[in-house]
Write a protein that binds this ligand. Structure first.
Ligand SMILES: Nc1ncnc2c1ncn2[C@@H]1O[C@H](COP(=O)(O)OP(=O)(O)O)[C@@H](O)[C@H]1O
Ligand SMILES: Cc1ncsc1CCOP(=O)(O)O
Ligand SMILES: [Mg+2]
Length: 266
């Protein structure tokens, strides 16, 4: 475990999340809106799925964190993304980028590069998306990863160094790095990647935890630890991804800050 981030810090961050119930503005894709909102609610945060260019900036002035996800993007949405990210950067609140399937199309690559100019506090992606960002080449199978998170640690660190963002690579083990400190969060359930949009929901939860944590690095570790712990608990009763999904929401809602002491950080 990194000396900079301990389980005590994670427990404290979950306490803060429960106490502060931060308002998290999510500009996220059609697939993920429901699950991301419910994951935030279960984790005691307050979601608002507000993306239109006529109101995205105004909402970002009220929010404690902004989440931008390019999963089902189109030009009017991209305008709203820029407006919200720019207000977040101006106000000094964390904003989190999820570059869904960034290796798949030129439009996704161009949009992601343009959004990166607003300097996200955190980039949360799967391993193939990190490879695509680090190498500027296509990688992955659409929205799904074909790489292991622990095989791309150096690329994640290089991306964190180049962007100034904390980088989270999700997978069987989640890698969280600011390029100087790297923390690996183990746990979860192997059926979690079969729940569509759980990665997007993880990104939303990173936004919620980053809103209350002293640093984006700690917020990102805490969010991934919450999901790993809840996923593992939910997996004990689930019969497949269908029953894992509601069980995961229930486990997140029932999660006490002290439960995070079970999570393995290295
Ligand atoms: N093999 C696995 N075992 C346990 N947890 C996993 C596994 N793969 C992914 N997860 C968890 O599932 C969630 C979604 O991650 P992932 O599937 O990598 O994102 P995405 O949907 O963006 O590809 C994260 O909380 C991650 O830790
Ligand atoms: C299937 C799909 N297609 C466009 S966005 C999306 C959801 C992807 O969600 P996740 O990356 O969390 O699996
Ligand atoms: Mg994803």
């Amino acid at each position: 475990m990194s000396a900079d981030i301990s389980v005590d810090h994670v427990v404290d961050t979950v306490h803060r999340l429960h106490e502060q119930t931060p308002l998290v503005q999510c500009i996220t894709n059609y697939v993920s809106m429901d699950l991301a909102a419910n994951v935030l609610n279960a984790a005691h945060a307050s979601p608002a799925m507000v993306h239109d260019e006529r109101e995205a900036a105004e909402m970002a002035r009220l929010a404690s964190a902004v989440v931008v996800n390019i999963g089902t993007l189109s030009p009017p949405w991209v305008t709203g993304m820029h407006e919200a990210a720019s207000v977040a950067a101006e106000r000094g609140i964390p904003w989190v980028l999820d570059p869904v399937a960034v290796g798949a199309t030129a439009y996704r690559r161009e949009t992601t590069n343009a959004l990166l100019t607003h300097r996200p506090a955190v980039i949360r992606a799967n391993a193939s998306e990190i490879v695509a960002l680090a190498t500027a080449q296509g990688a992955g199978r659409g929205v799904d990863s074909t790489h292991d998170s622990t095989a791309v640690v150096e690329q994640a660190q290089a991306l964190a160094s180049a962007t100034g963002s904390v980088v989270v690579v999700s997978g069987a083990s989640d890698v969280v790095t600011d390029s100087v400190t790297t923390v690996i969060v183990d746990g979860g359930d192997p059926r979690m990647p079969l729940i569509s949009a759980l990665g997007c929901a993880a990104t939303a939860l990173v936004g919620g935890a980053a809103a209350v944590a002293p640093t984006p690095l700690l917020g990102a570790v805490a969010a991934m630890a919450m999901l790993a712990n809840a996923g593992e608990r939910a997996g004990r009763s689930a019969q497949g991804p269908g029953t894992l999904r509601p069980a995961l929401l229930d486990a997140l809602w029932a999660q006490r800050p002290e439960d995070l002491r079970d999570v393995v950080l290295r």
